[in-house]
Ligand binder design. Structure first.
Ligand SMILES: [Zn+2]
Ligand SMILES: [Zn+2]
Length: 172
């Protein structure tokens, strides 16, 4: 029971960490797929919850979920039940955090509990949908601040790479 709980928590923590810093934030800076599928005009719950056969939505969902699956491999030998539990909870959170589209309002007591446990509520995640520079950390809110710094750093890097590329082009 304890092993299963540790494995589930580790999967969610490390999965969210890798997904945020290796896919979500870099994709916001260098990519367009996630912006297109997740941050353009308001979509349906099924679209955000990846309950659709749209290839681009599925690809964005798979790339975002890939870190969780990679973490699941080593965790499996430690606790298969905990690994499955972590994956299930992660999937349930994907559905829950997009419930705002269906006018969901998190009960105050649940929101208070999430605040204590640093868990992202649908309302907090919805802030990210509305403004792409805030509300990172799909599952845990404590990834938001470092993710914003990572976002600013990568954006600066992109700017400098483009600027040096333009200088080279002028010289040629
Ligand atoms: Zn979302
Ligand atoms: Zn995003």
């Amino acid at each position: 029971m304890i092993e299963a709980s540790i494995a589930a928590c580790l999967l969610l923590f490390l999965g969210d960490f890798l997904s945020t810093f290796c896919y979500h934030v870099p994709e916001h800076v260098f990519g367009s797929l996630h912006l297109k599928t997740h941050h353009t005009s308001k979509q349906t719950f099924r679209h955000y919850a990846i309950l659709t056969v749209n290839a681009q939505v599925l690809l964005d969902g798979i790339l975002g979920a890939l870190p969780y699956l990679l973490i699941a491999v080593p965790l499996w030998s430690y606790s298969p039940i905990g690994t499955v539990l972590g994956l299930l909870l992660g999937q349930l959170h994907v559905w829950w955090r997009h419930a705002c589209v269906m006018n969901w309002q998190t009960p105050k007591i649940v929101a208070g509990l999430c605040h204590i446990l640093f868990i992202t509520t649908p309302e907090q995640h919805w802030l990210h949908h509305q403004k792409t520079t805030v509300g990172f950390g799909d599952i845990f809110t404590f990834f938001d601040a470092p993710a914003r710094s990572w976002f600013r750093f990568l954006r600066l890097l992109r700017f400098q790479v483009r600027a040096s590329g333009q200088k080279m082009a002028v010289r040629l």
